[in-house]
Design a protein around this ligand. Structure first.
Ligand code: M6R
Length: 606
């Protein structure tokens, strides 16, 4: 999730690109850069770590006469946010420049080959591989678009790229695979961007690239080809959105946009980690431990806050099930102030979207001071927890702008599944079990898409519930933490009092709350706890409570026991939280909208 803008025309490119970068800052903001080819044919590349303001200050007073260039704002995936790792990246001869969104999965293999051929790398990014690869093909009379096409055929992963060459200063090349690229069509000028808001102020006429398409853009024309060099005809679309609407991708709120981004976020979390053929996962972070150390682990402690703490609870169920290692889950704020027992055979996992939550950071430092090794599960690359943990894995969910955590949560769950499989395979998880888990995990993004295709029933339900001021969320096993998460989502954005409980605990107190005004949400997929949870549902119905359940498609039986049912596709029991949470996020969202709440910036939260 980074932002790209390119321009070719007669206007001065520097102010235009800088303005576009500022509009893209919501996509990523840890560093930025600009590459311009001047009228004199000189290639100028300037990059700065930090917000776009840093780059702007750096460029102040620089007279650059250029009508052709590209800019990038970065949300780091490979390599810390530094000046050198900022995009665009350049080849050895300082002729070609590439700005890239996405992740190049096979970059390590390619980098080794290119180094052997004499290429000099200066950054830690996956992107730099691409520019050297293009350089490798850009020989003799080969045109830049041909070199780009050859290079992309070697790439595994996702990309939205913009490429310029000093040797051919009359064209910009761009291409996409799973990372958006749009061409803004002007009069005697053309624009390229990863997101429409960057260029919407200049033109409303857009051409959207599809996967495996390459565009060759000149100032007064453009043509599109596919990876086999076959020409493609595309329609120019007239955009009606305002810039603000466009930033949210047409969604009314960032939270809704981020809910819909979950299939991609989960896909990105898995990318490069799955080894289907041997039923295992590849997690570089564990390299600091020997196999014996991992086999001899005595205990795991997971530390986190809020939604990340709910992910940790599911992590406990997963790791204990797959790897048979005892796991404790601690609130970071509690852990740091008590006297925890840690020894050399204890491994600490630290989960944080932002990587900056103070309690989590302090708890991690406390654990490290007591001799524990900390493994970070973090979304923001280069954040303090990512830097200070001993090792870890990034979730690659992209920037989460809505305060209510959604896609960060499901990508944390995905990372925890990868970890549980990894530890399990070191201990007693069989090859066939490992394969089964991996094959099922790969299906999850599509199953989430299926839920997202049918949001109408959830909207209707929100209309029934939005005027109630209390609610109870109940689940068992893997879905007990989802009860907690569903309740947290509702309370933090709609200000409705909501509590989550293990369903069987209801009879030890909360049952006293149940009457005809109490909505109770049951998370009841067809799993090993199903019969028991139907029993709990009947207990609530018998006391006139209003029951809504999340259950599996085709479960006609449960509908007989409840007032309302939201259906999700089937998956294996251990992965149900990845699906059951989606309707609950949407329910909270639609209720908050009906209550006229500021969904993306709930009161008192930051
Ligand atoms: O960035 P972190 O994951 O460390 O943040 C932890 C919590 O503050 C966060 O999950 C919070 O609970 C969210 N607002 C929940 O939606």
């Amino acid at each position: 999730m980074c932002g790209i803008i390119g321009y070719i025309g007669d206007k001065q490119a520097k102010p235009l690109i800088m303005d576009g970068l500022k509009r893209l800052e919501y996509r990523g903001y840890d560093s930025s850069g600009i590459a311009l080819i001047t009228e004199a044919g000189e290639l100028i590349l300037e990059k700065k770590m930090g917000k776009i303001e840093m780059l702007e200050n750096h460029l102040k007073g620089m007279e650059i006469n250029s009508t052709f260039g590209v800019g990038h704002t970065r949300w780091a995936t490979h390599g810390k946010p530094t000046d050198i790792n900022a995009h665009p990246h350049m080849d050895c001869k300082h002729e070609i420049v590439v700005a890239h969104n996405g992740i190049i999965e096979n970059f390590k293999v390619l980098k080794d080959i290119l180094i052997k051929k004499g290429h000099k790398f200066i950054s830690d990014t996956d992107t730099e591989v691409l520019v050297h690869l293009i350089e490798e093909f850009y020989k003799d009379k080969i045109e830049i678009e041909v070199a780009v096409r050859y290079a992309l055929q070697e790439i595994e992963g996702t990309f939205g790229i913009v490429v310029i060459s000093k040797r051919e200063p009359d064209k910009i090349i761009c291409a996409r695979n799973s990372s958006p690229i749009v061409i803004g069509v002007g009069e005697g000028e053309n624009f390229i961007a990863s997101d429409t808001p960057a260029i919407l102020g200049h033109t409303k006429r857009m051409v959207y690239l599809d996967d495996d398409e390459i565009a060759i853009i000149k100032k007064d024309s453009f043509r599109i080809i596919n990876m086999k060099n076959v020409p493609i005809t595309k329609e120019v679309q007239e955009i009606e959105w305002s810039i603000e609407q466009a930033e949210k991708g047409g969604y009314p709120h960032f939270m809704l946009k981020e809910i819909f981004e979950q299939p991609d976020a989960i896909h990105n979390t898995m990318l490069g980690h799955l080894m289907e053929d041997i039923g295992d996962t590849r997690l570089g972070g564990f390299r600091i431990f020997s196999d014996d150390e991992l086999r001899d682990l005595e205990r795991i402690i997971i530390i986190a806050c809020g939604t990340s703490w709910h992910a940790a609870l599911i992590g406990k169920y997963l790791i204990e099930q797959f790897a048979r290692i005892p796991v404790d889950v601690d609130y970071a704020s509690e852990f740091r102030y008590r006297n925890p027992v840690i020894n050399k055979r204890t491994l600490i996992f630290v989960i944080s979207q932002s990587g900056e939550t103070l309690d989590t950071l302090a708890a991690m430092r406390e654990a490290q001071n007591r001799g524990g090794k900390a493994f970070g599960i973090v979304n923001v690359v280069g954040s303090t927890i990512a830097r200070e943990s001993d090792c870890g894995v990034y979730t690659h969910a992209g920037p989460e702008i809505g305060v209510a955590s959604t896609k960060a949560f499901t990508s944390q769950l995905t990372a925890l599944i990868l970890i549980a499989i990894f530890l399990g395979r070191k201990r007693n998880l069989s090859l066939s079990q490992g394969k089964r888990y991996i094959n099922e995990l790969k299906l999850i993004p599509d199953k989430i898409n299926k839920i997202l295709e049918n949001t109408d029933s959830i909207k209707q339900l929100a209309k029934k519930f939005f005027e109630h001021n209390n609610s109870l969320y109940l689940g068992r096993g893997y879905n007990f933490p989802i009860a907690l998460e569903g309740a947290l989502k509702l309370k933090e954005i709609s200000y409705i009092h909501a509590e989550g409980y293990p369903a069987a605990e209801m009879k030890h107190g909360p049952i006293a709350l149940i009457d005809k005004n109490m909505p109770v949400v049951f998370i009841a997929p067809k799993d090993s706890a199903y019969e028991k949870i139907v029993g709990n549902i009947n207990e609530v119905m018998a006391r006139d409570g209003i029951v809504m359940a999340v259950s599996n498609e085709g479960d006609e039986e449960i509908a007989k026991h409840c007032d309302e049912v939201l259906f999700i596709p089937e998956t294996i029991e251990e992965f149900t939280p990845l699906l059951t949470v989606i309707p609950l996020q949407l329910l909270a969202y639609y209720i908050a909208v009906l209550r006229d709440c500021d969904v993306d910036k709930p009161r008192n939260l930051a």
